[in-house]
Ligand binder design. Sequence first.
Ligand code: NAD
Length: 272
Amino acid sequence: MTHFTDKVAVVTGAGSGIGRALSVELARRGAKLAICDVDTTGLAETEALVKAAGGEVRSDTLDVSQRELVLTYADSIADHFGKVNMVFNNAGIAFTGDVEEMSFKDIDRVMDVDFWGVVSGTKAFLPHLIASGDGHIINISSIFGLFSVPTQSAYNAAKFAVRGFTEALRQEMKLAKRPVKVTCVHPGGIATNIARNGEQVEGRDHDKLANSFDKMARTSPEKAAKVILKGVEKNKARVLIGADAWVLDKFVRVTGSKYQGLVTSFSKRSGL
Ligand code: NAD
């Protein structure tokens, strides 16, 4: 028996990276999985891995930015399994560009997936998590939800918003004595496809951006999944992943708003 045995866990963005690693690790620990993603091919690969790990799994193609579909999906998962215990709102996209260069459409797209996708997943599943009597919402923010960097304003905005939303929800669940725990996750650089899958404004070199990310992303998605599940077991309010996340979190808290000047100098030197 583990903390996750026979729990029904939903993972969005399960077709790659952290979502895939979480799905496989949850299956190994005895959870029943509902996995979803826009990427049908990646999702099918994850489904096969979950089955190989001995997990019961239902797999659905879902775009988390389509609110009505997320609402229908939540009801259908609750019907299928008879309960929902955990929701990992993990699906996310990256986008690079200065505020001056980005269109409203670029910013909307990031907010629609990275922020509104999390809000929809949370609201859609919350009644089912409460009804289970033993629920947990895990929202994936980022270290970019703790401090801002040039070219990431939209992503920063979405991830700061996820953090604010999630921290308030945790307090509300406690105040209302709901049987739902809430955890906000802030990964540092995790070696996934996020930068390669990401987009950027015209004139920015996609490969250069992805290669720089690959050099900085030191933690494996498998390690990230284990750290997240440890945080879930301990009902942590905040989970930081990787030495970079710990160092940068401290750096921002110690320097206060001065971090902004230091980050600006770093990005000027690194050319990012
Ligand atoms: P990834 O690109 O490997 O996986 C993200 C998955 O989300 C993909 O399978 C993609 O198809 C899916 N997805 C994208 N848009 C979707 C949508 N509209 N609906 C459903 N699925 C969608 O990236 P990852 O690194 O595993 O990212 C997972 C989460 O972790 C994201 O929220 C990301 O912002 C966050 N994060 C990642 C890092 C990192 O360094 N990799 C750091 C901090 C936070």
